[in-house]
Design a protein around this ligand. Structure first.
Ligand code: NAD
Length: 339
């Protein structure tokens, strides 16, 4: 961090027009930073950052970070590498792109950090634990990942990103930080994102059945976006290399999540159980003792509060952009993925 600097601190955010990236850009601007947002919009949207474009401290550039990170400014304090396909719907549609953004994209982000002396914050994922055999998951657990399974392009891309990040740290002295993000939800998730919360909410608001894969007893731990962003910001300002779990340890079953969304929306939707998916994690819950100790971080937003804010956003979005029939959100098509 650039303590005592005369020019504001400068962050490069890859994937900055996505769900988490756009909230991160906004938060950093609120804190007085300059922000360079790089995104190829493969799943992100300019509308996520449209309200930031007039800010002179914000620079948006269309860029595929597997090719380069076009940043003119010699002063870079933090490189946040968030670019990735992040939903199973997208990473299974674009498996090679997913592996490339985890490998070449991470390499380019690390090279930028090395050139500029910036701290690199890598957004990794709870998926590095695969279908975990330890519960809750601590950062010292190495995971149970199928390297040739249907989710392997994402899980292994993130595991490779972590290994590459540690290689740069050990061999080149780059200041690095790894954050393992657990399921995060909130406004600005794309309606057709395919992950559990946007899918259930869109189905409930449209009066469609909520499609739960398997018997619904698999668990997830859901963190509201502002809490996750607090964790990402804290990680940039810390010396902790990680990995650090950032997630909400309140564990709930997928069936409970679906029922809660039906109740909160007042929807007539039924819950429909469809075949389970290969390698779908059965249990997911972060141990956040390291985040508490190293970052003084813990989630603050309750499920009810976070869900209501998310529902308001989706209701507004669906009113303005009703989904076409045959959308990916049609019942039975999407699963109950983690991220
Ligand atoms: P998202 O899809 O909304 O955002 C990802 C962004 O990366 C998109 O804007 C996309 O266009 C961009 N992108 C992808 N490939 C790119 C490339 N080659 N060049 C430039 N931009 C590219 O997803 P998100 O939920 O905001 O996820 C952000 C990060 O957090 C990802 O790295 C994801 O793996 C990680 N993560 C998210 C969650 C979650 O629950 N949201 C959980 C664990 C990890």
């Amino acid at each position: 961090m650039n303590a005592g600097a005369t020019t504001p601190e400068h962050a490069v955010v890859t994937g900055g027009a996505g769900f988490l990236g756009s909230w991160l850009c906004e938060r950093l601007l609120d804190l007085g930073w300059r922000v360079s947002c790089l995104d190829n919009l493969v799943t992100g949207s300019r509308s996520n950052v449209a309200h930031l474009l007039a800010n002179p401290r914000f620079d948006y550039r269309g860029a595929d970070v597997t090719r380069e990170l076009p940043v003119d400014d010699a002063q870079v304090d933090v490189v946040y590498h968030l670019a990735s396909l992040a939903s199973p719907v997208h990473y299974q549609r674009l498996p090679v792109e997913t592996l490339l953004v985890g490998s070449s994209g991470t390499l380019n982000a690390l090279e930028l950090a090395r050139r500029t002396g910036a701290r690199l914050v890598l957004s990794s994922t709870s998926e590095v634990y695969g279908d975990p055999l330890e519960h809750p998951q601590t950062e010292t657990y190495w995971g149970n990942v199928n390297p040739v399974g249907e989710r392997s392009m994402y899980d292994e891309a993130k595991r490779f990103s972590e290994a590459l990040t540690m290689a740069f740290r050990r061999s080149s002295g780059v200041d690095t930080a790894i954050v393992r993000i657990f399921n995060t939800y909130g406004p600005r998730m794309a309606v057709d994102d395919g992950r559990m919360i946007p899918m259930f909410i869109s189905q409930a608001l449209r009066g469609l059945p909520l499609t739960v894969t398997g018997d619904g007893s698999q668990t997830r731990s859901l963190c509201f976006v502002s809490d996750t962003i607090d964790g990402l910001v804290a990680m940039a300002g810390a010396t902790e290399p990680g990995p650090v779990n950032i997630g909400n340890p309140a564990e709930t079953t997928v069936s409970e999540v679906a029922a809660s969304i039906v109740a909160r929306t007042g929807s007539d939707s039924m819950i429909e159980y469809v075949d389970g998916r290969p390698d779908d994690p059965q249990r997911r819950c972060p141990d956040i003792r390291r985040a508490r100790k190293a970052l003084g971080w813990e989630p603050r937003v309750s499920w009810e509060e976070g869900l209501d804010a998310t529902l308001r956003w989706f209701a507004d979005r669906l009113q303005r952009e009703p989904l076409a029939s045959g959308s990916r959100l049609a019942p039975g098509v999407a699963g109950t993925p983690g991220s």
